[in-house]
Design a binder for this molecule. Structure first.
Ligand code: AMP
Length: 590
């Protein structure tokens, strides 16, 4: 049985868990304010001696720091030998863990972590090993290679981590793990992290671990809290162009694009691939093997954009997604919640983008009611903005790129000679042109995308003027103030409902109501000047008819800021010019 350990309700600090100040300083700079549950469970335990842990924890739960911080804290930097070994399934994870370790140990002088993985120069890894490292993060295949060449000595290793153990087994590393462990002294601690616990893992734990502490860390779905919801209003014909712009505007995007049908999914993926994006499709028409392959490529970030149907994406468990894009909105709100909950996990922020047309706007309202958040209206980035964003992303990468001096030292002198005639500015210009001419050419010729909303707003503006000139933007009767309310006939408003709102929300002295003009999407009503402020104060901001009500004093024509407040973008037409009797209505006093 797996004991489920509950979190304490009082949040502990890293210091209270026993993490050393120089490590706390480094992780604070990384933005770690308080420990995540897996860290709260694992860190104090591992800081003791001879402690082994099996953790059922998925990526995104903070497990790297859970094993990383105590391991780093226990390293003796004066001993120039590997004292900790982290085995993981992929090159990407290997680099990521090594990067994290380097960040955690920023303030520990001389602590060296070496990532060891296939597909890169083994010689330079051997040279680094010879210079001395304290932590090795390795994929099993490459480590076996190094062991066979007798270039790595694991005799001083005290902590061994099997990270994503189930993935390593899936990838056929079972024998390699056995082989590696046979080169490490038996008095080691072993830590095993896995998202699932298949029988083969039980075999490993039984064979290699003494009496491990077992913990389960459930998925922490912080999605809702950390997700920003944005919609882009487009004409149907521009949907794909807008998708491309959004992808271009977010150079580091790592996301899922949801489509409604298998056909659409395949079409969009094909278009993206044809246009040079790092994309692929995932849907039910693919064989299981194909789906596994695509999911694996996406997990290890060989694919940046995965175009998927809701059903096919179910089997995919990936954290760290930056964006969810709803190329088509789902039919039901629940699917929207599932989709968008795939981003903004593990303390990260995420963005859920809906690309919609005018007719779909009402669906957003239903979604907002369930997710308890409002959509922001996004502005489609212009070609210029996209080019700038991409450019800065490239410059940013240039600044951060790891320069492998040893690898390029030999060739550098001849490169310097060849570029000798160019100064720094020339080289920068050429580099940028080399990378960007294609993008700049594309956006230079691309038409800006027309936003249907803007057209509606233009027509609305014309309508405003027409209304004003016809006297519908009338001035109020003497002694009365004319008020605007963002509810109209489409919301089911009638003169009675306006009076009902006044009755329900305004206590005290009765409010005298004058003329009422009901429009399609908003209305006007007049109240005695003396009641005006009381009415606005009590009605503006309340929830009624499924909407947030906006009430303000109307200007001679429609109030200038109405467009911002009214949430609809339809053309506003005075469908009913409802004439009340000359005698004023009275709201009932309460
Ligand atoms: P992991 O499960 O180790 O891949 O971690 C998931 C993400 O959470 C990584 O981006 C970490 O940098 C981040 N993370 C880990 N621990 C914390 C923490 N205590 N506070 C905030 N972020 C964290």
């Amino acid at each position: 049985m797996w004991p489920v350990l509950k979190n304490n309700f009082i949040l502990k600090t890293f210091e209270e868990l026993g993490v050393a100040p120089n490590i706390v300083r480094a992780i604070t700079e990384m933005g770690y304010e308080s420990p995540m549950p897996v860290q709260e469970e694992v860190i104090p335990y591992l800081l003791g001696n001879d402690n082994e842990v099996i953790a059922l924890a998925q990526t995104g739960t903070g497990k790297t720091a859970a094993f990383g911080l105590p391991i780093i804290q226990q390293i003796n930097v004066n001993l120039q030998q590997p004292q900790a070994l982290i085995l993981c399934p992929t090159r990407e994870l290997c680099l990521q863990i090594a990067d994290d370790f380097n960040d955690y140990s920023k303030y520990i002088d001389k602590l060296k972590t070496l990532p060891v993985y296939g597909g890169s120069s083994i010689e330079s890894q051997i040279r680094s090993l010879q210079r001395g490292v304290h932590v090795i993060v390795a994929t099993p295949g490459r480590l076996i290679d190094l062991i066979n060449r007798k270039t790595v000595n694991l005799q001083a290793v005290r902590n061994v981590v099997l990270d994503e153990a189930d993935e390593m087994l899936n990838m056929g590393f079972s024998e390699s793990i056995d082989e590696i462990l046979s080169h490490i002294p038996e008095n080691r601690n072993m830590l095993l992290f896995s998202a699932t616990m298949p029988a083969e893992i039980a075999r490993i734990t039984k064979k290699y671990m003494r009496s491990p502490h077992e913990i389960i860390i459930g998925r922490k779905n912080e999605g809702a809290k950390n997700v920003k919801h944005i919609y882009y209003m487009v004409n149907a014909k521009d949907r794909y162009l807008v998708l491309k712009r959004l992808a271009d505007y977010n150079p580091n995007i790592y996301g899922i694009i949801f489509c409604r049908t298998k056909k659409e999914t395949q079409e969009i993926a094909d278009l993206l691939i044809k246009d040079g994006y790092n994309a692929d499709s995932l849907h039910g028409d693919l064989s299981q093997a194909q789906r596994d392959y695509v999911m694996q490529k996406f997990r290890i970030r060989n694919i940046q954009l995965l175009v998927a149907t809701d059903v096919a994406a179910r089997g995919l468990d990936v954290d760290d997604l930056t964006h969810i894009i709803h190329y088509s909105l789902p039919d039901d709100v629940e699917s929207y919640t599932h989709r968008s909950g795939r981003t903004g996990r593990a303390g990260k922020t995420g963005t859920s983008i809906a690309i919609i047309n005018l007719k779909e706007k009402h669906k957003l309202k239903n979604i907002e009611k369930i997710i308890l958040k409002n959509f922001e209206e996004g502005t489609i980035p212009s070609g210029k903005q996209i080019c700038e964003k991409q450019l800065f992303s490239l410059i940013d990468q240039l600044e951060k790129v790891k320069v492998n001096e040893e690898e390029i030292n030999d060739i550098l002198p001849s490169i310097y000679r060849k570029l000798d005639w160019l100064d720094k500015e020339d080289i920068i210009k050429r580099l940028i042109s080399h990378e960007f001419n294609r993008l700049i050419d594309y956006y230079q010729d691309a038409d800006e995308i027309e936003v249907p909303q803007e057209r509606a707003k233009r027509r609305e503006k014309g309508e405003q003027n027409r209304l004003a000139s016809k006297g519908n933007g009338r001035t109020s009767e003497k002694g009365y103030a004319r008020l605007f309310i963002n509810l109209g006939k489409t919301d089911g408003m009638s003169p009675q409902s306006i009076i009902g709102l006044l009755n329900d929300h305004i206590s005290g002295k009765k409010v005298t109501v004058g003329r009422i003009d009901l429009m399609k999407n908003f209305s006007f009503f007049e109240v005695k000047e003396a009641d005006k402020d009381r009415v606005i104060q009590n009605l503006d901001g309340i929830k009624a008819f499924g909407r947030r009500v906006a009430v303000e004093q109307a200007s001679e024509s429609l109030p200038e800021n109405r467009k911002k407040k009214t949430e609809r973008n339809h053309i506003e037409k005075p469908l009913t010019k409802f004439k009340t009797s000359r005698r004023p209505h009275q709201s009932q006093a309460k």
